[in-house]
Each structure stands twice: as structure tokens, then as C-alpha cells.
Design a protein around this ligand. Structure first.
Ligand SMILES: Cc1cc2nc3c(=O)[nH]c(=O)nc-3n(C[C@H](O)[C@H](O)[C@H](O)COP(=O)(O)OP(=O)(O)OC[C@H]3O[C@@H](n4cnc5c(N)ncnc54)[C@H](O)[C@@H]3O)c2cc1C
Length: 413
């Protein structure tokens, strides 16, 4: 039988949520449009988040964090994203870039980096994707070659979120081109390392506040203590474990994005009059709002469930992480699009905040694994789990039993 996680919020998690709400009101709502227009970073909001202690939420207490887990992180990211989805990712990428150290770092690496991340003194990025290796993360080309006392890194990464701001970049590179399963290793690159450079800052459709960059590595010499976990060949495992923990965070961005768009749509629908009455009195508008609200709420609880499962260390977390990422981000795109529809022609203009929600929502379906990839992950788990349904065998006609439960593996996720 499926495990039923008991989602419970601790008083500390609820307090962080309230703090995030206040930061959002004070620093995000008034500044989101300006930072979007100028593609400039909201330093005030980041400083406020750091001073409040939000950067230590997912970090264990022994390394200076508050250990409020993925559930605490999700609550905070949702609140921030509701006001500005771009700041939601600018904040959450610090978890994405530092979780590898938590799940795979040596004791010394944890002590060196995590307390600084928790204090907001070490901003992070996660560099996995490359120009020719996106969904197929096994096809990386950035190389780290073993040499005396360390590693020599060469190559380029595409789309490193926070790349030009990050102090610490968790970089995934090929250390054994001949191996299939232990080809990749993760390294801890610091922005001051000679040979690290920003090749390009991307010009994006949405989430314009946070820089997304091509990062370059030209003969970057890293000492042995920069190899994550101290052993080569564990990079793929580290990246997948990280994504299991981080995907509820992207899904929480999506829930915040949907909730923010819904609130704007409800407010507008009551103010905008046509045919002598507020458009909120028309049943078709009411139907749209009701559907938007139901989907947002369903996504919210799937995210909380997956986050709680991640915190509980539950088996099958990959499936739930993929399900909440896929469902919540599809929901965000749909709700934001419907919100624009409710705003009519004004929704298409940048004069109102709703167009930005639709632009910001789109990337959610693409990064941290596209939603096609999430569906593949979910299906792969379903097929594996079906092996356990032997009690149903008698109920399935023989000819279909032959393919039922056949070895079926989806690679490259
Ligand atoms: C703004 C932005 C920020 C990003 N931030 C980061 C970051 O911080 N760190 C990082 O490492 N990466 C980051 N990425 C990269 C992101 O994770 C990738 O863009 C994503 O994984 C998809 O890879 P791709 O763009 O190469 O698309 P492709 O892999 O080329 O896919 C193209 C299309 O084909 C589909 N597809 C691919 N393979 C399959 C398959 N087997 N079956 C069915 N459909 C398939 C995809 O779903 C997609 O629709 C970011 C990207 C963007 C745009």
C-alpha cells in the first residue's frame, strides 16, 4: 500500500512563511516590474531574505542552518513567487546549488560552504546543462582531467541561473569518458577561481530579474578537495539526488505563480465592468476562476506532500518530485494564461502585472527537467512498481500478460 505522508507544518515553518510574506510585500511587489524591465537583480529583497535567515532554511543545524527542510523551503518559495516569480527562482537556486554539498559533500566541504550559504554570504548556482546536453544530461562534454594534486577543468555550460552572481558554482563535468555509469563528477567552483568566466548573460522572455548565463572554464585548476564527496564518478547520482530535493522548490514557485495570477484575476474581474456589470458576475468568468482555484489548490497540496516526503526520506521521492514539478508547473502556465484572458486586451499589455506572470510561468515547464522528461520519470516508476501487482495477474488476460511487467527502461533522465 502507498505510504500516506502526514503533512504537518511546524511553528518555525509557518513563521518563515510569514516572514517571506512580509518581505514579498515590502521588497517584491513594489519593485518587480522595474527589475523585470531593466533585467536588474533585486538586491534589497535578497539582503532582506539573508538578514531574516531565510537562506539557512534547508541547511542542517550543525552547519548553521535552521533545518526546516524542503517543506519549509517550499512554503517560503511559494510566498516569494506569488509576488514575483523571478525572485522565487533567484532565491531557490541557492538551494539547488547547495543541496549537492548537503547530499554528497565531505564533512570538510560542508563546514567550508554551508554556514556561509546559510548566512547569505555565499550565493549559489548549479551548472549541469550544456549547449548540446539538456534533457540528455548523460551527454555532457565539459571535462575535468586528473593532474597532480587536483583537476583541470575545460569547457562551457549553458543556462547557469545566477551564474554571474554566484560565489559557489556546483559544476558537473566528465572525469571518466570511458565509463557509462561513473562518467561524471561534481566540483565546487568558486567565482574567484582563475579561468572561470561569464561568456554571456542571456536575454530572456521571463524571469528577467535573475541572470542566466553561459559560464566558461578555461584551464580552471581545482585542488582535490573541490571534488564533491572526494571520490570521482558520483556526479550523476549527486545531480539526481539534488533534483529530487529541489523539484518541489520549482513546483512551489509554480504554485506561487499560479496563486499570484489568480489573485490578480479575481481582483480585476471585480473592478472591470462590461454590459453594466463587473465581469466577475458572468458565469463563464466565474467558471474560469473556479477552475484556476481548484487546480492551484490541488498543485499546492501535491507540492506539500512531495516536500514532506523528501523531508521524511521516503522511497519513491523521485516519482513524487517529478509529479509535483510537472503538475504544478503545467497548472501555473494554464492559470497565468487564463488570468491574461480574464484581463482581456489589457492582459496583453505590460501596463498591468499579469503579462509578466504569463512570461515568468513558461520557464517552469522547461527547467530542472522539461515536463516531457518528468512524465518519463513518472511512467518509469509506474512501470517498475507494476511488477509488485502480482495479485492482479489473474485478472489480466494471458495475451496481455506477456508484455505486462516486461523490462522497460527509460534512459537519459
Ligand atoms: C532560463 C533557464 C534557466 C536554466 N537554469 C539552469 C540552471 O541553473 N542549471 C542548469 O544546469 N540548467 C539550467 N537550465 C537548462 C534547462 O534545465 C534545460 O533547458 C532543460 O533541461 C531542457 O534542455 P534543452 O533546453 O537542451 O532542451 P532539449 O533537451 O533539447 O529538449 C527539446 C525538447 O525535446 C523534448 N525532449 C527531449 N528529450 C526527450 C525525450 N527523450 N522524449 C520526449 N521529449 C524529449 C524536451 O522536453 C523539449 O520539449 C535553464 C534553462 C533555461 C531556459
Amino acid at each position: 500500500m502507498m505510504e500516506l505522508p502526514n503533512v504537518t507544518f511546524t511553528p518555525a515553518q509557518l513563521r518563515w512563511r510569514q516572514i517571506a510574506h512580509e518581505i514579498a510585500r515590502k521588497y517584491l511587489l513594489p519593485q518587480a516590474a522595474k527589475h523585470d524591465r531593466h533585467a536588474s537583480y533585486n538586491d534589497d529583497a535578497f539582503r532582506a531574505a539573508a538578514e531574516a535567515g531565510l537562506l539557512g532554511l534547508w541547511i542542517p543545524k550543525e552547519y548553521g542552518g535552521s533545518a526546516d527542510g524542503i517543506l519549509g523551503l517550499s512554503l517560503v518559495v511559494e510566498e516569494l513567487s506569488k509576488a514575483d516569480p523571478a525572485f522565487g527562482v533567484a532565491f531557490a537556486v541557492n538551494a539547488l546549488g547547495s543541496i549537492p554539498v548537503i547530499v554528497g559533500g565531505t564533512e570538510e566541504q560542508k563546514r567550508r560552504y554551508l554556514p556561509r550559504v546559510a548566512r547569505g554570504e555565499c550565493s549559489c548556482a548549479f551548472a549541469l546543462s550544456e549547449k548540446f546536453a539538456g534533457s540528455d544530461a548523460g551527454g555532457l562534454s565539459v571535462q575535468a582531467r586528473k593532474m597532480d594534486g587536483g583537476w583541470l577543468v575545460n569547457g562551457e555550460k549553458k543556462w547557469t541561473t545566477n551564474g554571474s552572481r554566484a560565489d559557489l558554482i556546483t559544476l558537473f563535468a566528465v572525469t571518466d569518458p570511458t565509463s557509462k555509469s561513473r562518467r561524471i563528477s561534481a566540483f565546487l567552483v568558486e567565482k574567484t577561481d582563475p579561468g572561470f568566466f561569464i561568456k554571456k548573460v542571456e536575454d530572456k522572455m521571463g524571469i528577467r530579474m535573475v541572470p542566466v548565463c553561459e559560464t566558461g572554464y578555461k584551464n580552471v585548476h581545482l585542488s582535490d578537495d573541490r571534488l564533491l564527496g572526494g571520490q570521482p564518478g558520483l556526479g550523476f547520482k549527486h545531480s539526481m539526488m539534488t533534483l529530487d530535493w529541489a523539484r518541489p522548490g520549482v513546483a512551489a514557485q509554480a504554485v506561487g505563480t499560479a496563486a499570484g495570477a489568480l489573485e490578480l484575476a479575481v481582483t480585476y474581474a471585480q473592478k472591470r465592468k462590461q454590459f453594466g456589470q463587473p465581469i466577475s458576475s458572468f458565469q463563464m468568468i466565474q467558471g474560469m476562476l473556479a477552475d484556476m482555484a481548484m487546480k492551484t489548490e490541488a498543485a499546492r497540496w501535491l507540492v506539500y506532500t512531495a516536500a514532506q516526503m523528501a523531508d521524511n526520506g521516503t522511497r519513491h521521492i523521485s516519482k513524487y518530485a517529478a509529479m509535483c514539478k510537472c503538475f504544478a508547473t503545467d497548472t501555473a502556465m494554464q492559470v497565468a494564461t487564463d488570468a491574461v484572458q480574464i484581463f482581456g486586451g489589457y492582459g496583453y499589455m505590460e501596463d498591468y502585472p499579469i503579462a509578466k506572470f504569463m512570461r515568468d510561468a513558461k520557464i517552469l515547464q522547461i527547467y530542472e527537467g522539461t515536463n516531457q522528461v518528468q512524465r518519463m520519470v513518472i511512467a518509469r516508476h509506474l512501470i517498475k512498481e507494476a511488477m509488485e501487482f502480482d495479485y492482479l495477474n489473474e485478472q489480466i488476460p494471458t495475451e496481455t500478460q506477456e508484455t505486462y511487467g516486461a523490462e522497460y527502461e527509460i534512459v537519459n533522465v
